[in-house]
Write a new protein. Sequence first.
Length: 76
Amino acid sequence: MSDFMLWLHANYIRPQIDAVEKNEYEFHFHIVERKLSPANQLNLEHILEFTAIQAFLLGFRTSEGLTPLPPRSHNL
């Protein structure tokens, strides 16, 4: 994994994930966090980091077919 992708995960992808409402999934996150040893919690963090980066890259590669966003207003 490149240093840039790790930086992107830490500074953009992870904050976006953390900001999302987990709702009915919150319970499952807590169960896993309580059951794992500290070493396995670190392993899980690396797995989630890898998965999030790959999902971001997939979205980046496949976004060409998405409908363009409407132009932003310049009246800020």
